[in-house]
Write a protein that binds this ligand. Structure first.
Ligand SMILES: Nc1ncnc2c1ncn2[C@@H]1O[C@H](COP(=O)(O)OP(=O)(O)OP(=O)(O)O)[C@@H](O)[C@H]1O
Ligand SMILES: [Mg+2]
Length: 239
């Protein structure tokens, strides 16, 4: 569960990246975060992972108050929240296998377990046959999948995907979204920031729209809306 309560973020430059954001994301939800460039999408992700602290407001992830989280607990938070960064952040001098193994090495997993888990996530994203290549030897779509695999390797409860279809053709973009939908179906909460209006309009998922640091629209999944409407319309039971 993620909850942002009246969250504002002002940068030292004086820029208000976010103003009084209220947002609740339930377990296992899939949310598209949309809005023009500079509207605050990446800033929301950086707040959720405690890369940034809010200027005002409260951020809760699971039961943790992120603003008050002691420093030594930050690694726990980052295990629970996987991030596919907008600029991928793959290490160019390491193979795909080594890139994805890194988070597991950092948390001190044994070699055998690392191999098993890395191969499992690489298979999940369809990259197993590329495991010994370096990032530069992959296509854009393959690199994106590698970044997703790295975000998944610690089995996070929440996955934040920042523009994972940027610079990809439409077919490859759909493949990436399919991978994310499958991950979501297995129980991971997903927030995906995107400019891809085609994908957002074709999938009936919840859409949260930002403009100049404010939420200007929060549309629930169509199916949920329907359910709510139906229960409101249903005549009250009489005794
Ligand atoms: N470290 C920073 N210092 C100062 N201003 C920043 C910083 N990071 C972001 N901003 C500003 O905050 C605003 C929101 O930026 P953010 O990166 O969250 O936008 P975004 O919605 O992710 O955009 P895009 O779609 O281009 O990725 C922008 O005006 C940006 O210039
Ligand atoms: Mg961004």
């Amino acid at each position: 569960m993620i909850k942002l309560d009246k969250v504002s973020k002002k940068f030292g430059t004086g820029v208000f990246a976010l103003s009084e954001i209220n947002l609740n994301v339930d377990k296992q939800e899939f949310v598209f975060l949309v809005g023009p460039t500079g509207s605050g999408k990446t800033t929301i992700f950086r707040l959720i992972t405690r890369e940034l602290l809010p200027t005002e407001g409260v951020i809760i992830v699971n039961d943790w108050n992120i603003g008050k989280l002691p420093k030594q607990k930050i690694p726990h938070l980052r295990k629970k929240v996987g991030v596919v960064f907008q600029d991928l952040k793959l290490l160019l001098d390491r193979t795909i296998f080594e890139n994805i193994a890194l988070p597991l090495e950092i948390v001190g997993k044994k070699e055998e377990e690392i191999k098993r888990k890395v191969e499992e996530v690489l298979t999940q994203v369809g990259l197993i046959e590329h495991k010994d290549k370096f990032p530069i030897q992959l296509s854009g779509g393959e690199m994106q999948r590698a970044a997703i695999a790295r975000a998944l390797v610690l089995s996070p409860e929440i996955l934040l995907a920042d523009e994972p279809t940027g610079n990809l053709d439409i077919e490859t973009s759909w493949e990436i979204v399919k991978i994310l939908s499958d991950i979501n179906a297995k129980g991971t909460t997903i927030i995906m920031a995107t400019h891809n209006t085609d994908i957002v309009s074709k999938l009936s998922k919840r859409v949260v729209k930002l403009e100049k640091g404010r939420i200007v629209k929060d549309e629930k999944k169509k199916s949920e809306e329907k359910k709510e409407q139906e229960s409101a319309e249903r005549p009250k039971e009489t005794k």
